[in-house]
Design a binder for this molecule. Sequence first.
Ligand code: SAH
Ligand code: F3S
Length: 451
Amino acid sequence: MAKIFIKTYGCQMNERDSEQVTRMLMQRGHTITAREEEAEVVLLNTCSVRDLAEQKALGKMGMLRTLSRDRPIVYGFLGCMAQSRGSTLLDEVPHLDLVVGTQKFHRVADYVDEAIERKWTARFNDARYSVVDVEEEENSQSTIRDHVLGGRQVTAFVSIMQGCNMHCTFCIVPYTRGHERSRPIPEIVGEVKTLVDKGVKEVTLLGQIVNLYGRHEFATVKGKSPFVQLLEALQEVAGLERIRFTSPHPIGFRTDLIESFGRLTKLAEHIHLPLQSGSNRILKAMHRTYTAEKFISLVERIRSVTPNVAITTDIIVGYPGETEEDYARTREVVERVGFDNAFVFKYSKRKGTPAAKIEQQLPDSVKQVRNRDLLELVNSWAKRRSERFIGREVEILCEGPSKTNPTRLAGRTRENKIVVFEGAPQHVGALLKIRIVRSTGYTLYGEPISH
Ligand code: SAH
Ligand code: F3S
């Protein structure tokens, strides 16, 4: 049995995949350690979406080479970078043993055991043993289904689909995650019921284009997309209090979904709606197939049904050929929508994607200036959008001690705002009414209301 250190880079889907791997390793009797210095097996679950993420994982793996123990250490890269770089990683990182791609997470425990056997037993002591498995696997979308729930964990992620067929020109995800595949509704409902039985009250449904869930597999029924049908099925799960999802694509965010927010009481009022750019020229080049006007009108339609909704987004600055004029359009849309928050990314050239081949790549200095400028604008909106809660009574789901001050508790509103308050241990896991008294930009502070 080994002590295993797993580190995850990137998105919530990667976190979720690591949870599946963790669970399978624990079932084999291994222990998971948060302390890399005592690790006997090192697994890095990687992200490829920007170069920086890859460099971080490569740097970490390099640093951990010097871990010395009384038996050889097993090193593995999992996930997106493993998928996109495959066996070339073995040349780049000589001490690497395992390279396991995004459709093979359920095989990691086997490979770890095999590597341990090979490297630890005198019989083999096979120092150059290595496995590269980046094949496709039928039904791999259904292999991410088990959870590791901490003590009184009340929120959980649920992967409902894998892959993406959209092929935005900047994005490596279709290459690392493969084509779209969705799980059947009963299977997802079953997973959520199991979670609720263990105390979970809020689930976040995960997919790269989550609103297009099931479009290849399942039919639209009475004008309702498979995704809305799934939301309706989850609305019926007794004991489940809140449903979230991330990330939808503006394309396919149709009336049936917009109206669900008015109808399905468990659907929380937060939508992460990636904009990417506010310039129609750049959107077209990115292959996003909507315009700034369409995006704004979608936001207006959402707000007309759900006035309180929080809307967050992803924006890329410095896409190849982006002019000052294009960037000004992005600023305009940000001003116009007033996002509750936004992730701003400097365009990063990803090998093999169409945008990487465009000649007019922008210098980092230009990206840097736009990035900083946009962040400032986004932050000022985030502040305003938080302050609207001051004086209001909100419902929060208490998740546990506050990360910044463990003597206080923290939870989230339905709009996904973090609220810190003085509470009692029995509040953990409960839905509470809180009056918001102040805001520090991103965090709200409040007092429980006793009835
Ligand atoms: N639809 C996915 C998007 C995955 S990538 C989801 O569910 O989140 C997350 C975000 O990273 C994208 O929305 C985009 O804004 C950003 N991104 C993707 N590729 C990028 C690149 N090459 N450079 C900079 N940012 C990128
Ligand atoms: Fe990437 Fe576009 Fe899909 S951002 S994940 S190709 S919707």
